[in-house]
Ligand binder design. Structure first.
Ligand code: OAD
Ligand code: ZN
Length: 246
């Protein structure tokens, strides 16, 4: 079966690099983006330049974030997160590359330094000017008092969740580290991503081109299935559950 083959490939590999998308967190109650019911089927994304240009867009972005508060607060790592954390604890996996912003890889046991967040993190906020970090609670209190999204107390630029929006520059250090991992691993596990958003979707192909084996675990087919060494088109929790250690 796919699970058995995956187990053999992990056993044979010295360095396994996971690359995750929103599909790994759906069993934790966090919706993905493009499945039925996904975030982008309900709301159009707010692009970075809109956020910068429009107070209404900023208010809408923060309203959406606060509407998700209970969902993020209640989410605990799922079987997929725990299985990948087991590979990390076993020394098979030096670090993880993720498109996710939910902080669940850190909660599952990865050191923050070893989670390479390509699209940032939604559990805190940053000024888009000077980069100063803010608690979400601070933003929420200001928002409720003033009825509008707060600006940075230091430089007066808008404060945004510490995520990467469409049209916003990718984080350089994360891109550099993800490139290095993709180029030097021997097994690359793409888990729960539709692989349609670039440049993130370039990493599985980069790993494959540099000689790694590529495994894709996803409910739906992806455009990279035909270059993968193994495709497991099945539920992530069920597929990775057997790899959860203690
Ligand atoms: P998508 O929503 O595009 O893809 C998630 C994939 O996971 C879908 O193909 C689902 O079929 C699959 N999936 C969901 N639950 C699953 C489960 N339990 N078992 C197996 N498969 C499951 O999410 P991403 O690929 O992460 O970026 O999206 C990439 C980027 O697009 C995000 O990081 C975000 C978004 O716009 C930005 O906003 C910049
Ligand atoms: Zn600032």
């Amino acid at each position: 079966s796919g699970v058995e083959q995956l187990g053999n490939m992990i056993a044979e590999a010295a360095c396994v690099v996971p690359f995750t998308g929103a599909g790994i967190s759906t069993e934790c109650g966090i919706p993905d983006f493009r499945s039925p019911g996904g975030l982008w089927t309900r709301n159009r994304p707010i692009a970075f330049d809109e956020f910068v240009a429009s107070a209404d867009a900023r208010a809408e972005a923060w309203r959406r974030r606060f509407a998700m508060e209970a969902t993020f607060a209640a989410a605990r790592p799922g079987r997929g997160h725990r299985a990948l954390a087991s590979l990390y604890k076993a020394g098979k996996t030096p670090a993880i590359i993720t498109q996710n912003i939910d902080n669940l890889h850190q909660v599952s046991g990865f050191r923050a330094d070893d989670v390479i967040e390509l699209h940032g993190n939604t559990t805190y906020a940053r000024c888009i000017g000077c980069g100063h970090a803010y608690d979400l609670l601070w933003v929420k209190q200001r928002f409720e008092e003033a009825g509008s999204a707060p600006d940075c107390t230091i430089c007066d630029e808008p404060v945004k969740t510490a995520t990467i929006s469409f049209g916003q520059a990718m984080p350089e250090d994360a891109m550099r580290r993800a490139t290095e991992l993709a180029q030097h691993c021997d097994l690359f596990l793409a888990v729960g991503s539709s692989l349609v958003v670039w440049p993130a979707a370039g990493f599985p192909l980069m790993a494959k081109n540099c000689g790694a084996k590529l495994v894709i675990i996803n409910n739906e087919s992806t455009e990279q299935d035909d270059v993968a060494d193994l495709v497991i088109r099945h539920d992530i929790g069920e597929t990775l559950g057997p790899f959860v250690g203690n």
